[in-house]
Design a protein around this ligand. Sequence first.
Ligand code: IFM
Length: 441
Amino acid sequence: MSGLGFTRADWPEGFLFGVATSAYQIEGHAQGGAGRTHWDDFAATPGNVVRAENGALACDHLNRWAEDLDLIAGGGFDIYRFSTSWARVLPEGRGAANPEGLDFYDRLVDGMLARGLKPALTLYHWELPSALNDLGGWRNRDIAGWFAEYAEVLCRRIGDRVWSAAPINEPWCVGWLSHFLGAHAPGLRDIRATARAMHHVGLAHGNATQVMRGLGMGNLGAVCNFEYALPLSDSAEDIAAAKRYDGIYNRWFLGAMFKGAYPEDVLEGLGPHMPDGWQEDMATICQPLDWLGLNYYTCKRIAHAEGPWPHLSEHVGALPQTQMGWEICPEGLGHFLRFARDNYTVDLPLYVTENGMANPDTPDQPDTARIDYLRAHFAQAREAISEGVPLKGYIVWSLMDNYEWALGYEKRFGLVHVDFDSLQRRPKASYQALKAALAQA
Ligand code: IFM
């Protein structure tokens, strides 16, 4: 038995384990001919990102990818969930491709296969080419067509060798966090922009899925993030507010992608701001999928608030917190695995596509907090499996410390420590614990 409380033999035959990263967070975006992205612009604007840090160098994965793949294979993982950068492939977002960028992803996929790793591709993990943001970005309906063009160029090159593909990581973050809360690029706080982004991200997902199917690719899915919405008190008003929050965060995209319908309780607020004719897009958004990926980290306490829709305020409760200030609430993971299966996906394979914690790690201290966090969440996954939930794999965020968006480089999510001066990688105790668990049959 390992520090994580399991060995491979405790999971169903063929259950897969992996680690995840994303392009802008690790590659070093100023290198290799990539175009400018709206994250470069957002970070260069005072007040948006801690110390105005950006992904210009990040973990320099662009040059150190082979060492990074060795770490993944050396840990005994099966899957590497990675993303490609739209602006590295098409620097202006459309038109001329960057051959250096396509060559890089080609080598990276071959590098995974050579090491026995399954490449799990995400086409968009948040960095939008600035040239497209100039045109309105996710507010502009045309983005669904631009995204399809990017999907086609990229997948014609690497689509034949990836194990799985999902168009867009965490649509809620692309729509709500970035256009309503203003916490991520492009940093808007505007309900009309939000409604449009929340719709166009689904349409882009549908378009890209059709493109990939057209190219003969299989094992196509969606990766959504979920937050366990708990009422701050047992008042009827707080319970209703938590339900609204749940609708916006957890049910909007599942409804669209798996039922072709947005939840009525969210349409009450977003409906008046939606683009004309949105109803006709629902069939495109609702493409047949092969799996759903769930990203889960935490819960949130929600209270009723006066003021405009959605009439709610967010609070942090009394559970122990991670370095992000996020409460550690493993039962939320079990809740969403059952919730997705019972209400949307039925017998479709599910994957935990992200789970992990930020911790103020130093290279010489064991990250036992992360081992504890993972043990508790893995236990929820096993319990759900024992109840018949068709969970097929579990991917930890993240392989290594990286650029945590608006919070810069100090929030460390990695199984591997990165010294951001020397760029030296050092596996943490959590990496060793997973390696030990996965090595035991
Ligand atoms: O770092 C992010 C990642 O880009 C998307 N999911 C959540 C992670 C931790 O905040």
